[in-house]
Design a protein. Sequence first.
Length: 85
Amino acid sequence: MAKITLDLHDIFNKGDLIEKEMERVVQEAVRKRIAMVEIIPGKGSGQLKKRVIRFLQRPEIKRLYHRVEKDSKNFGRLFVHFRFE
């Protein structure tokens, strides 16, 4: 299964860049029909993960994917699943 990974460790303190990168990977997944995007906000204080979840809850983004899965073994990782018909 093809997937895209977005590691936010390097840009955790660059607000605008975080939004642009998340938008980029979601659009790339849709364009290339990739089934899963792995987003790694890291463990930290949890603020970055909350920001990622808020981004994914936006109506214009939420309509593009099927579901979000929080990794049960790694608190600092999310999987965004896409379904293409």
